[in-house]
Structures are given as structure tokens and as C-alpha cells.
Ligand binder design. Structure first.
Ligand code: GRF
Length: 191
């Protein structure tokens, strides 16, 4: 048994594609029911379509309030029988209204060893602080920005010559491994 996943994205969608691949090749039991982008120019939507995954663009900028947007988002997920949500580069803070509807059923991936370097530019923040180890975290989503309960993390050693792009690339590789590891763990624990 696996989850019926809804994946929310805003851009590139490499984590989304990685989850789709893991699902389609049977590495995880969960099925990706729909990929939704809140931005119109998301590269990830094209990638999901190529994999024959149902996609939807809900252009958040057209909605007067976040709740209006989230009502449409919620209905789109319910329509596809989604029962668990993965955020993967989704650039919108979900409101308490939406979080209450999906309590403990939303996870996110962030490119830092939380609780360090929350929010945007996490990789840049790590380099500026001159820490020796960076990494990524999968966590449950709560009302804060990258503050929810940590599920698992992967570390990445920072080399002296790493710039932001190089380090982000190294972290992204680990993100792809970590997200699948966590989904497998949650399939075992929650189902
Ligand atoms: C990843 O670095 C993820 O940790 C962060 O946003 C980025 C999304 O990349 N939340 P992608 O769209 O999955 O390629």
C-alpha cells in the first residue's frame, strides 16, 4: 500500500520528477495522482506531462486571497483522491486554513540542515556563515517557514572551492535520495 500523492511545485521540478520516477519504477508504493504548479511558467509541469502524470496550473497571482487559491487547490487534490502532499520547490506559504485540512499530511524538502538556514537562499546563507557541513531536510509542514517537525536529513561536506551553484547541485543530488528514503519510511510507518 502506498499514498495517493499530490505534488505541489512552482518551478524546475527535479524533486517532483524524481518522485514520479521512483513511483513508476516501483521503488516506492505510492502513486502520483497529480502535479500542481501555482506558477504558469513551471518547467516541472512539462516534465510531469511527459511522464503521463495529470497536471494542473493554478495561477496563484490571479486570486484575490490565499484562501480562495487554496480552496481551488484543495478541491483539485480531493478530486484526484490525494491523501498525502509533497511540496517540491513550492514557493507559497500554506495558510492555517489549508494546513488544518491536511494536518500531518504535508511534507517539504529544504536545502539546509534545519533548523539552520530557513527560508530563501538557504545554500547562500550556509556559505556566508562559512559552515563546514551543509545538507537537506525533509520535514512536516506547519504554519512557520521551514519550522515543522524534522523527519530526516542528509549531510553534504562543503569544499573550499564550492560556490553557491556547485553546492546547490551537490545538495540537490542528496535531496533526491532523501525524499525517496523518507517516502518509503512514511509508507511503512503511516499506512
Ligand atoms: C530544492 O532545492 C528544494 O530543496 C527547495 O526548492 C528546490 C526545488 O528544486 N525547496 P526542484 O524544483 O525540485 O528542482
Amino acid at each position: 500500500m502506498g499514498f495517493n500523492l499530490g505534488i505541489l511545485i512552482s518551478g524546475r521540478g527535479s524533486n517532483m520528477l524524481n518522485i514520479v520516477n521512483a513511483s513508476q519504477s516501483g521503488i516506492i508504493n505510492s502513486k502520483v495522482k497529480i502535479v500542481i504548479s501555482n506558477k504558469i511558467n513551471s518547467q516541472g509541469i512539462k516534465k510531469a506531462k511527459k511522464k503521463n502524470i495529470k497536471t494542473k496550473i493554478i495561477n496563484q497571482s490571479l486570486y484575490k486571497t490565499k484562501t480562495n487559491f487554496e480552496k481551488v487547490l484543495n478541491n483539485s487534490l480531493i478530486d484526484e483522491n490525494v491523501n498525502f502532499i509533497c511540496l517540491a520547490g513550492f514557493m507559497s506559504i500554506l495558510s492555517p486554513y489549508f494546513l488544518n485540512l491536511w494536518s500531518n499530511k504535508i511534507i517539504n524538502i529544504h536545502p539546509s540542515l534545519l533548523p539552520d538556514f530557513k527560508g530563501k537562499n538557504a545554500v547562500k546563507q550556509a556559505l556566508e556563515k562559512k559552515v563546514k557541513t551543509a545538507g537537506c531536510t525533509v520535514h512536516f509542514v506547519d504554519e512557520g517557514v521551514d519550522t515543522g517537525k524534522i523527519i530526516d536529513q542528509e549531510k553534504v561536506t562543503i569544499s573550499n572551492n564550492d560556490d553557491e551553484e556547485m553546492l546547490a547541485k551537490k545538495i540537490l543530488k542528496k535531496e533526491h535520495v532523501l525524499y525517496i528514503k523518507v517516502l518509503k519510511e512514511l509508507e511503512r510507518k503511516l499506512l
